[in-house]
Ligand binder design. Structure first.
Ligand SMILES: NC(=O)c1ccc[n+]([C@@H]2O[C@H](COP(=O)([O-])OP(=O)(O)OC[C@H]3O[C@@H](n4cnc5c(N)ncnc54)[C@H](O)[C@@H]3O)[C@@H](O)[C@H]2O)c1
Ligand SMILES: [Zn+2]
Length: 421
């Protein structure tokens, strides 16, 4: 042990004259001893969520309010737009340019159009291009990266932004039902790698999330439906009244009645948002993933179908599998089981896909799920609508029976699956 006092350090019989003579005396631990020092610390984050329509229109100050507070500190802004969003709104790049001229004339962001959909998470070259674009935009760490698109674009751009300068400020402008109802609220960013879904990525909270509800009108039927599987999932876990509302309005959701559909997406978004900010485990340090009902199989189904099944469609099947398993295990009553399948089916989800014939491969999703999360296998299940509990092991025979039940459900003609050819 040695003492450090008034600029002189005695270490054994060596005297060392410090250049910082006013330091307080401290104890120095001899380098030969093991040492440990633990401290708990926490950081505050602000999660910002805005609902709007036509975010880049003149007169809409949702984005400019978020940016203007901090824009003096940032060197530049980069905007990445999902190619299918750009295609559905021909003048979008000009609109964005004009928006910045009007509200933040000192910034003239480059608008970069990037491929939309799962492809952006599957292709190394596309990801590298985002990193190149970020580098060429000469952004400092206080700069904003704005990602406009579906969940896949938000995930990939978010990941690139979070590893550039160790983290730029990300603004997610969500343009699909699924991203608005769920994924944009998350603090996860990532891409697929080694044939595994979301294998590479980071937890990094976005600076802000903006749901642009006007964008939903141009979605294809499948992508329109996708977000409602996440809304049904979170309703089954947390909000029986939301489930009632969706169940009562299945046909109107299917026919894209925005007056009915938007409140469902908003409520689902809020439930996911509140989960991040209030559940106490936003960075998923614990074993449980309370919102991942139906997800162990959904991720595997996406991969097994070569991403023919979108995340939302796969989640609908995953919910059907987990609800059927809960029923077969005696946890969920027949009436609620049938209501869940009926709701998914009437909204327009197909609850069976031909890859489910390889049921044992599908069960491999359990191991991958556990490996991805770490710790003990922990899967949320339900005993009633709105009542959830965790399960830690799976009865393989009952799970195989649940998967095969959905094939019969499909064959009974309740499910019009044209993909099972
Ligand atoms: N980060 C998370 O916590 C989290 C959570 C859930 C899901 N996800 C991820 O989100 C992704 C799925 O997101 P998604 O369902 O939004 O699908 P998506 O991003 O694949 O988008 C679906 C399709 O719609 C197009 N599109 C997007 N907006 C459009 C618009 N307004 N008009 C017309 N076309 C439009 C896209 O280009 C794409 O072709 C998956 O990769 C999933 O893993 C991430
Ligand atoms: Zn999901």
């Amino acid at each position: 042990m040695c003492l450090y006092w008034g600029g002189e350090v005695m270490y054994g019989n060596l005297r060392y004259i410090s250049e910082a003579p006013n330091l307080r005396p401290i104890e120095l631990t001899p380098a030969t001893n093991n040492a440990a020092h633990d401290a708990v610390f926490s950081c505050k984050f602000t999660h910002r969520l805005r609902f709007t329509a036509n975010v880049f229109a003149a007169g809409n100050d949702t984005l400019s309010e978020i940016l203007s507070e901090q824009s003096g500190h940032c060197s530049n802004v980069a905007v990445f737009v999902d190619a299918n969003v750009a295609r559905s709104r021909v003048n979008l790049a000009d609109e964005i340019g004009n928006y910045f001229k009007r509200y933040l004339p000192e910034k003239s962001p480059k608008v970069l159009i990037i491929p939309g959909g799962e492809q952006i998470k599957n292709t190394e070259l596309d990801f590298k291009r985002i990193l190149d674009d970020l580098e060429q935009s000469r952004l400092c760490r206080k700069s904003f990266v704005i990602a406009v698109g579906g969940g896949a674009v938000l995930d990939a751009v978010g990941f690139a932004a979070s590893i550039t300068h160790r983290g730029l400020r990300l603004i997610r402008i969500a343009t699909t039902t699924l991203s608005q109802a769920d994924s944009a609220m998350a603090v996860k960013n990532g891409i697929n790698a080694f044939g595994k879904k979301n294998y590479m990525g980071v937890f990094a909270a976005p600076w802000a999330i903006i749901n642009d509800e006007a964008t939903l009108e141009t979605l294809t039927t499948d992508h329109w439906l996708a977000g409602f599987s996440e809304a049904i999932k979170v309703a089954l876990l947390k909000d029986p009244l939301l489930f009632e509302y969706i169940h009562r309005n299945c046909d109107r959701v299917r026919s894209r009645n925005l007056k009915i559909a938007i409140p469902i997406i908003r409520r689902s978004g809020r439930l996911h948002f509140d989960h991040i900010t209030q559940n106490g485990d936003p960075f998923e340090r614990q074993d449980a993933r309370p919102l991942d009902f139906g997800h162990w199989s959904a991720h595997k189904l996406e991969q097994m179908s070569g991403f023919e099944l979108s995340h939302g469609q796969a989640v609908a099947i995953g919910i059907a599998i987990d609800a059927t398993y809960a029923n077969f295990m005696g946890w969920l009553c027949d009436a609620n089981h049938q209501r869940i399948l009926e709701c998914l089916n009437r909204i327009g989800f197909r609850l069976y896909h031909r890859v489910m014939r390889q049921a044992n491969t599908l069960l491999g999703g359990l191991d991958e799920f556990q490996e991805h999360l770490g710790g003990r296998l922990t899967i949320p299940s339900i005993s009633r609508i709105g009542e959830t509990f965790d399960i830690f092991e799976i009865d393989t025979n009952q799970m195989l029976a649940a998967i095969s039940y959905l094939k019969r459900f499909h064959e009974w003609g309740k499910n019009d699956d044209k993909t099972d050819s």
